[in-house]
Ligand binder design. Structure first.
Ligand code: GLY
Length: 575
């Protein structure tokens, strides 16, 4: 079978395999009732608002606020607060988020709600005897950055929500009170992190049983403290979180547990409105998220490189090889150049088509580049692929298009819950480079550009993206899964915008990921064997992975909103 036939075969096979995952558009009761079927992607009954998340409870809540007169912005804000209840391993108000929004009036905003290092942070804070101690940046007090999600979501809601902020927060508070059934994905993450959660009493009290064993899938979990925190935020707005009781409790916990974040750090936290990265691909205009994320930069850079090739006439295995090498060049640039632009200069030329042309000339379609000056043999590849985050896509026919990627970084972040609040705190400080050339939890290395500095934001891979055709929005998308976020978004955009697939078809294609360090090509197990062999023949060291990532998208097709949620997550939760 030729390469091309193999891919077509895979495509039809996979459509058949995943066909039962197609999300339904009907909605269920708001809270407390275990969903009878996965309904991660939903459309309002009149077809005017769509949502896609990784969780049925969250999507149900989004549709419930729409039923009360909310628009896509209300739906997205409500779903994001709900995910902090039902999907706390990935995101929540103790973390940060990056938001791209196109309002019905045509204005576009990139809202940076990324965590910040506290004022007392310093470059060497994660070193012990001159060597990085990864535990310090991953677990416990020092791992925590000042959270940004509450302020960013509030800003989004104020910019264009049709309801009041509290209307978008209270359904999630009700859900936290009433409880929900733990999903397979949360249960798996609880099992993997229970030993660390056990070391923090407020975390153990929520997520472990009386024998300190992780709660299992199907268990009803109520979170009364979190519900109370949400209700206060609903009533008092972000002030409660940044200047009120929450910040006082958090700062007191920090003082007692060796943390650096003070009350003043909370009160000085600011979201930033950034200039999006704007690029062109296949006749579409893309808006991506700028630093402190690397997402928008490298999605644009990789697609620019691909654009230099005659894609329709390249065989599937050559195309996967080309994507892999384009990723490798881009991630090498990420490691060298990227950081928070409030502290470091990131060259604008990274997304210039002329730069892509130079890189394209270095790519040989017969052989992978051996361009690695150093590797990192200690990287825990299992850990690299396991980490998460979450993406929420929402859109309405009035013209509001939202892409939110929200995270506490690795599973349950720092594992710390601030006592009396129910809030899981992030471990986003691990996204800084503890030391030049030292890998973080995702195996990513960085330079001085991403070193720890007071009030700096750590580099992210989050890639909320909006797509426009002739100035009109046609797609919102994004993904979860550490650095694979960039690779997933690139692949979804390539297959939809260039190849003409639907987002659902695009997400069903086997994914690859190459991040320069480690110099390994991650390939999903579903990749046809002939293509795997061809990639090996071209010099790639393959690491076969069962499934990679979690993307969400909404498209405008024939005037209708079409939401798509990640088929891989649905499969996992159906086991
Ligand atoms: N914490 C993962 C990211 O922001 O890329």
């Amino acid at each position: 079978m030729t390469d091309r036939l193999v891919v077509l075969f895979f495509f039809f096979f996979s459509v058949a395999t995943f066909a039962d995952d197609t999300a339904s558009s009907s909605s269920e009761k708001l809270t407390g009732i275990p969903p009878s079927a996965n309904q991660y992607a939903q459309i309002s009954t009149d077809g005017s608002v769509a949502i896609a998340t990784v969780n049925t409870y969250a999507s149900n809540i989004a549709m419930a606020v729409v039923a009360k007169g909310g628009n896509a912005i209300d739906a997205a804000v409500a779903a994001t607060f709900a995910l902090g209840v039902v999907d706390a391993q990935n995101s929540g108000i103790g973390g940060g988020c990056l938001i791209l929004v196109r309002l019905a009036n045509g204005k576009i905003y990139a809202i940076d709600g990324r965590e910040m290092a506290p004022a007392a942070a310093n470059r060497d804070m994660f070193l012990a005897q001159g060597k990085p101690n990864p535990e310090l940046s991953r677990t416990g007090a020092l791992a925590i950055g000042i959270p940004g999600s509450v302020m960013a979501l509030y800003k989004l809601q104020q910019l264009g929500g049709a309801l009041k902020f509290r209307d978008d927060v209270l359904p999630a508070a009700d859900l936290a009170d009433t409880g929900f059934r733990i999903s397979n994905s949360m249960a798996e993450r609880l099992a993997a992190t229970s030993a660390k959660l056990a070391t923090f009493p407020a975390s153990a009290a929520i997520f472990l049983d009386e024998n300190k064993k992780p709660l299992v899938a199907g268990t009803m979990l109520q979170q009364r403290d979190l519900a109370a925190t949400y209700r206060r935020i609903a009533r008092q707005g972000p002030g409660y979180f940044y200047k009120g009781d929450f910040s006082k409790k958090a700062a007191a916990w920090m003082r007692e547990n060796g943390g650096l974040i003070t009350l003043r750090d909370f009160s000085r936290y600011q979201i930033k409105l950034r200039d999006p990265i704007v690029s062109e691909f296949s006749g579409y205009t893309l808006y991506g998220f700028p630093p402190p994320s690397s997402g928008g930069t490298h999605v644009a850079q990789i697609l620019n490189i691909l654009d230099e090739f005659d894609l329709p006439n390249i065989s599937p295995s050559n195309r996967y090889h080309l994507i892999a090498d384009a990723m490798k060049f881009s991630f090498a640039d990420r490691a060298h150049w990227l950081g928070d632009t409030d502290f470091t200069a990131v060259p604008k030329g990274l997304t210039d088509k002329r730069y892509a042309k130079l890189i394209a000339k270095k790519i040989n379609l017969e052989k992978s580049q051996i361009d690695i000056s150093h590797g990192n043999p200690d990287i825990d590849i299992q850990a690299l692929m396991n980490k998460h985050t979450t993406h929420i896509a929402a859109a309405d026919l009035a013209g509001n298009w939202v892409a939110i990627t929200s995270t506490v970084n690795t599973s349950f972040g720092s594992k710390v819950v601030i006592p009396g609040t129910g809030v899981v705190m992030n471990n986003q400080m691990d996204d800084f480079s503890a030391q030049v050339g030292t890998a973080n939890a995702f195996g990513l290395v960085g330079s001085e550009a991403n070193s720890v500095q007071p009030r700096k934001r750590p580099l992210s891979s989050m890639s909320p993206t909006l797509v426009f055709k002739d100035g009109k929005p046609v797609m919102t998308l994004g993904a979860a899964g550490g650095p694979t976020i960039i690779s997933q978004v690139v692949q979804t955009l390539l297959y939809t915008l260039h190849d003409g697939m639907t987002a659902q078809q695009a997400m069903m294609q086997p994914r690859i990921h190459q991040q320069w360090n480690p110099n390994v090509l991650f390939v999903e197990a579903a990749m046809p064997a002939a293509i795997q062999q061809s990639l090996k023949d071209k010099g790639h060291e393959l690491k076969i992975w069962p499934r990679m990532g979690a993307s969400q998208a909404i498209e405008l097709r024939d005037g209708k909103l079409v939401p798509t949620a990640e088929p891989r997550v649905m499969k996992q939760n159906e086991k």
